[in-house]
Ligand binder design. Structure first.
Ligand code: ATP
Length: 530
């Protein structure tokens, strides 16, 4: 069982301190309330003498390695007598029993078709052995169809019987679990999700993500890596990272929740096209991305938004969201949605400001290549800084990025900047705002239609690519909501501050503690050998 963080805490009272043997060395090992202290070498012996009546103590712990990855390691200390060994086991087990933040029972959903279809293998080979070592009991469900996990969580599960929910898969699988858990929490609390101005009830259970998908953007943005073992160790340690959730409505009807990207125009069109090409596998995103870029479609409409409070910084302030982020703390202090009249009416023709009960809305009309709302950085291995590098996980805001009509070359320069260190917002046709709520209305009335996912004929693609300012048949794009297509262009979005919590701790700063930071795993099932 994972014990706890294992690094020097100078201000913690020492519970136990002994001279033990480690390899050929005599070391001073200390245990304080939450951590096993780093041992200090006292004396080196070339060989442990055969006359030592040694008793060994096997301890597992987590160690930070490169690129935010954690690994589980074992260490064996040797004691001189049984009494000393007994004292160590007893004290460690007592401390472990006090760590209530660690989950003991988990509900696990595995999507066997995520990414390269290795979800089941990843769980069974790399994660389950760690859970069992940490004495965590699991109830594992391999999903049989899309929305299996969501519907199971919504209706069937006794949530009191587990300490957390784990999804093995990609961002789509995580989104399913979020929908299941958030909807279930609201229905248990009799909260109507169809009201866009409704404060939602935060979920009690934490969610763990074992990455096994194609992009794993949410896992990457919340742990700094998409490594299944690292995620499993964060779960075992009982880490907790709050996260905002956006609710998306159309005319007082709830559509979906979003935790990462809402994209209209470019990202909506890439998704719509790529869904038609699922048979191509993950390469469909590259193909559809190129095709959408070449069609260079823009969309007219009105964006209205409620800016975030000044104390939450701005999307270009270079303050990254990191473990124990002070901006997210400020966001939580600012409170959930502000009470009062949240109802926003679209601005009069020539006005660029509107006042409602919760502040002054800004209104922007124009022709847009893309409208994106990033609730988190959306970093992933392909774009390590993400769509909005300084967006925060839990401050109650989303970064609204408006990319106005521009030449293909300028748009290409903007897109390329997502993959390097240049500022993608430092371009005359791009503006970015930190907002609490926004809404969009396309210029042309929104026809509610089933999205046609059938393949477009080659001739039509060619026409679209070759036309200077092509418009699609309806004159509006689709919203890409965390990888799902929304059927409405006219939407209202509200950010719900810290609605859910993950078994994660956000991306950690630098590597200052790397050499000194350890986390002990084994506890009640410490193996001792005479
Ligand atoms: N048993 C199943 N059969 C078919 N679809 C499923 C099943 N279980 C889950 N799904 C659906 O598969 C979709 C994609 O899954 P997931 O996100 O895990 O993988 P991915 O698309 O490869 O990864 P990413 O979202 O990171 O790109 C999800 O929207 C989920 O609803």
């Amino acid at each position: 069982m994972l014990i706890s963080e294992f690094f020097i805490m100078v201000n913690q009272p020492t519970l136990l301190s002994s001279q033990l043997f480690y390899e050929n060395r005599v070391v001073e090992v200390t245990l304080n309330r939450v951590m096993l202290g780093l041992w200090k070498e006292i004396e080196t012996r070339r060989k442990r003498s055969a006359s030592f009546n040694c008793i060994s103590k096997d301890v597992s712990y987590t160690e930070r390695t490169k690129h935010h990855c954690w690994r589980c390691k074992d260490i064996i200390f040797h004691c001189l007598d049984k009494a000393q060994r007994q004292q160590w086991v007893q004290t460690i087990n007592n401390q472990l029993s006090l760590l209530s933040i660690r989950p003991k029972r988990l509900l696990v959903y595995i999507n066997p078709y995520s990414g390269k279809q290795r979800g089941k293998w990843i769980y069974e080979q790399r994660v389950a052995p760690l859970f069992s070592r940490a004495s965590i009991s699991t109830d594992v469900i391999v999903t049989e169809s899309a929305n299996h996990a969501r519907d199971h969580l919504k209706t069937e599960v006794d949530l009191k019987q587990c300490d957390g929910v784990v999804c093995v898969g990609g961002d789509g699988m995580f989104s399913e679990v979020v929908h299941g858990l958030v909807s279930r929490t609201q229905s248990d609390s009799r909260v109507d999700q169809n009201q866009p101005n409704q404060d939602l009830v935060p979920c009690a259970l934490r969610i763990g993500i074992i990455p096994a998908g194609s992009t794993d953007c949410i896992c990457y943005s919340t742990t700094g890596t998409n490594d299944p073992v690292t995620s499993a160790l964060h779960i075992i340690m009982g880490d907790s990272q709050p996260m905002d959730v956006c609710s998306v409505h159309h005319n007082n009807t709830f559509l979906r929740y979003s935790v990462s990207l809402l994209g209209y125009g470019f990202y909506g069109d890439v998704l719509t096209d790529s869904e038609r090409k699922r048979w191509m596998g993950p390469s469909r995103y590259d193909f559809s991305g190129l095709k959408t870029f070449l069609t260079h479609q823009y969309y007219e409409g009105t964006v209205a938004f409620l800016p975030a409070k000044d104390n939450l910084g701005n999307p270009r302030d270079k303050i990254k969201c990191r473990t124990r982020c002070h901006i997210c703390e400020q966001g939580a202090n600012n409170g959930q949605l502000l009470s009062g009249d949240h109802v926003y009416k679209m601005a009069e023709e020539n006005s660029d400001e509107e006042t409602s009960g919760d502040g002054v809305w800004r209104v922007i009309r124009g022709k847009f290549l893309a409208i994106n709302a990033a609730c988190m950085s959306c970093a992933c291995p392909r774009s390590p800084r993400g769509l909005s590098p300084y967006a925060h996980l839990a401050d109650g805001t989303t970064d609204l990025i408006l990319v106005r009509k521009a030449s293909r070359l300028d748009f290409l320069r903007h897109l390329i900047r997502h993959t390097n260190k240049d500022d993608q917002f430092d371009m005359s046709f791009v503006e970015v705002h930190r907002v609490r709520r926004f809404r969009f209305a396309p210029k042309h009335s929104n026809v509610i239609s089933e999205v046609d996912l059938s393949e477009t004929s080659g001739k039509k693609i060619c026409n679209q690519v070759c036309t200077a300012h092509p418009n699609n048949d309806t004159g509006h794009s689709n919203w890409n909501c965390d990888g799902e297509i929304l059927p409405h262009a006219d939407i209202q979005v509200s950010v719900h501050c810290q609605l859910i919590r993950l078994f994660a701790r956000g991306v950690e700063r630098g590597t200052t503690f790397d050499t000194y930071t350890w986390s002990v795993i084994e506890g009640s099932n410490l193996s001792w050998q005479a």
